[in-house]
Design a protein around this ligand. Structure first.
Ligand code: CA2
Length: 153
């Protein structure tokens, strides 16, 4: 049987990871993050596809595509977390498990980062653990998918 596909979507400015603000986002680059996801997914028997965009509409289109293609979604909506009702609506329309990840602890930062529209549509949220948050999100999705499969039998 084919491995279930997990889509890992990263939003605006995350292509700059590792180049600035290491005290907030750490020193790992987007490449490092995607390698960690690939290695973790392989160990869990999951297939993954990692994508990053700076464009809100593109992120929404990819979320919509997850509906027919993916068994689970990991999303760091970055700045759009705090602004985008359209992105929240797209995530709401999914019926697969969704984990929202933030590298930084958004609750320890400026007030405007404390609220995420996307959290309302997410199965769960991980923040403040750096790129390890993505590893934990994959492990959690693997557990959820196993449980769903057991329920189906
Ligand atoms: O902590 C996170 O993962 C965030 O989603 C990152 C977003 C921020 O707007 C959210 O409030 C929290 C920003 C990503 C920007 O990443 C950069 C990394 C290095 C240099 C510049 C920006």
């Amino acid at each position: 049987m084919a491995s279930p596909l997990i889509l890992v979507l990263n939003g605006p400015n995350l292509n700059m990871l590792g180049t600035r603000e290491p005290e907030i986002y750490g020193t790992a680059t987007l490449d490092d993050l995607e390698t960690l996801c690939a290695e973790t997914a392989e160990g869990l028997g999951l297939a993954i596809e990692c994508r990053q965009t700076n464009v809100e509409g593109e992120l929404i289109t990819w979320v919509q595509e997850a509906r027919d293609r993916a068994a689970g979604l990991i999303i760091n909506p970055a700045g759009y977390s705090h602004t985008s009702i359209a992105l929240m609506d797209a995530v709401m329309a999914l019926d697969i498990p969704v984990i929202e990840v933030h590298l930084s602890n958004i609750h320890k930062r400026e007030e405007f980062r404390h609220h995420s529209y996307v959290s309302r549509a997410a199965t769960g949220v991980i923040c403040g653990l750096g790129i390890a948050g993505y590893r934990l999100a994959l492990i959690t999705l693997s557990d959820i998918l196993e449980e769903l499969e057991e329920d189906d039998q």
